[in-house]
Design a protein around this ligand. Structure first.
Ligand SMILES: *Cc1c(COP(=O)(O)O)cnc(C)c1O
Length: 368
């Protein structure tokens, strides 16, 4: 049996008539950039989150960059973030001229270790960007408390956590702003690049909208130099069509994860992903840990099972951050886990028998 890591075509087939119809409409309306589909998506997404503003943009990376710039973060500033994430979280900090300060992950939940944040706050620190990694909330209330105590901005990276919750509140609604990616493989994915910012701060919302649109809120009236970071009409229309299904898809992901957990929990050589009891995990990624990771990945691959690693090198240990001089001992948990983590196939359309097949293979691997 061949099982892909994700199957975006299966999802398309499940809503094909709606998607085909809406793509047709965008073309007929020639609403390619901006226009009613983009506006409609921004309204729907803001409504779904019960926030005042949704500013769409070209991708999740731009969304972080735009927020940082419009909060006035730049040269000489420091922004605290987490050692295990996709590089967008830190490269955008660097692009503003500020310096990313990396905190290790907590051993249990893979998200930023809150107990290690305060010792790294300096007079230069301006913001914290926690990442709700793999679809699970960071310990966000404690992070918010730290931000309030030290007068720091809180920007939530929700690229992997669409409609995940912490204590019955959506992640993305705790901070000054949150960013989302709608990269095709994300829980809510477009058919190309797409992203957005949500916030209840009207001034920040206006600034972000302006900056993403060449520094203009009104055509030909450029208040500042901005960038070109737009969501296009086709992506907006596709996202609008998919948005009503997101809770059902998240639920299926969680069911799949719980089934994996049930089948894998008794294999003593692996750690299954723990779920916070006070949070709702939406399983963007189903990540196990084993000290025989590379061999297991190879074995699964030889048996037709596609897997992935999120991520094989902790960000501060990447060549791009050589100048910051991080050593594995500065981020011991992330440095260890990068060699042990393995993401198994995870998508809403994954079948029970496929999960069983994968679990049986893993059992076979450890029994040989
Ligand atoms: C995907 C992702 C991003 C960036 O999103 P793009 O749309 O690919 O630019 C940022 N942060 C995290 C944690 C991500 O997983």
């Amino acid at each position: 049996m061949n099982i892909p890591f994700v199957n975006l075509y299966a999802q398309y087939l499940s809503i094909k008539p709606e998607i085909d119809r809406v793509i047709d409409s965008v073309i007929k309306d020639t609403a390619f950039i901006g226009g009613k589909y983009v506006k409609e998506f921004e309204q729907n997404f803001a409504k779904a989150y019960n926030v005042k503003h949704c500013i769409s943009c070209a991708n999740g990376t731009d969304a972080i960059y735009i927020v940082l710039k419009m909060l006035g973060i730049g040269q000489g500033d420091e922004v605290i973030t987490v050692a295990n994430s996709w590089i967008s979280t830190s490269e955008t900090i660097g692009q503003t001229g500020a310096t990313p300060v990396f905190i290790d992950i907590e051993p249990e939940f893979f998200t930023i270790d809150v107990s290690k944040i305060e010792e790294r706050i300096t007079a230069k620190t301006k913001a914290i960007i926690p990442v709700h990694l793999y679809g699970q909330s960071a310990d966000i209330k404690k992070i918010k408390d730290i931000c309030q105590k030290h007068n720091l901005y809180l920007i939530e990276d929700c690229a992997q956590a669409h409609f995940a919750e912490f204590e019955n509140q959506f992640v993305g609604t705790f901070g000054d702003a949150a960013i989302f990616s709608f990269y095709p493989g994300k829980n809510l994915g477009a058919y190309g690049d797409a992203g957005c910012i949500i916030t209840n701060n009207e001034d920040l919302a206006d600034k972000c909208r302006m900056y993403a649109n060449h520094g203009a809120l009104k055509k030909h009236f450029h208040q500042i130099e901005g960038i070109n970071s737009r969501l296009d009409g086709l992506q907006a229309a596709i996202l609008n069509t998919k948005l009503p299904f997101i809770h059902e898809w998240n639920k299926k992901r969680l069911e799949n994860a719980l089934y994996y957990n049930e089948l894998l929990k008794n294999i003593k050589n692996i750690e299954i992903p723990p779920i916070r009891t006070n949070a709702k995990h939406i399983f963007h990624v189903y990540c196990i840990r084993t000290d025989r990771r590379d061999d297991l990945q190879k074995f699964l691959n030889e048996n037709g099972i596609q897997t992935a690693i999120h991520y094989p090198t902790a960000i501060p240990l990447q060549p791009a951050y050589k100048h910051l001089n991080y050593k594995p001992e500065n981020i011991p948990v992330a440095a260890e886990y990068q060699n042990e983590i393995l993401s198994l196939p995870m998508f809403p359309e994954l079948k029970k028998e496929e999960i069983k097949f994968i679990a049986d293979l893993i059992m076979k691997f450890f029994n040989e």
